[in-house]
Write a protein of this length. Sequence first.
Length: 107
Amino acid sequence: MAEVRGKPVEDPPAVGDVCGAQRLTREGARLTVPGNLNDNQMRFESQLHMTAESGSVGGTNTKVRVDNSDAVTIVLGAGTDHADTHPAYRGEDPHERVTKVVDRGVQ
């Protein structure tokens, strides 16, 4: 069960059940969710980075936890491998592009 301001919040459906996410990982203050859509296998990735003001950021392999912070800045980046090129309509894996966008937002 998730908590917001110390109060329980009902968990949403698992990401993989909705859109084919392959895994959710945490590295430092960043959560990354890559995957492929279930219907057309389009590749996607989202990354969320949290920066705590005066507090600390930690967590588990799949969760970010912010403690004792006055404020939190959340930077979210997302992308797909969609390309407007017939017939495949696929471009590069979105990982590097999404990482660069989030890195710029954190600076």
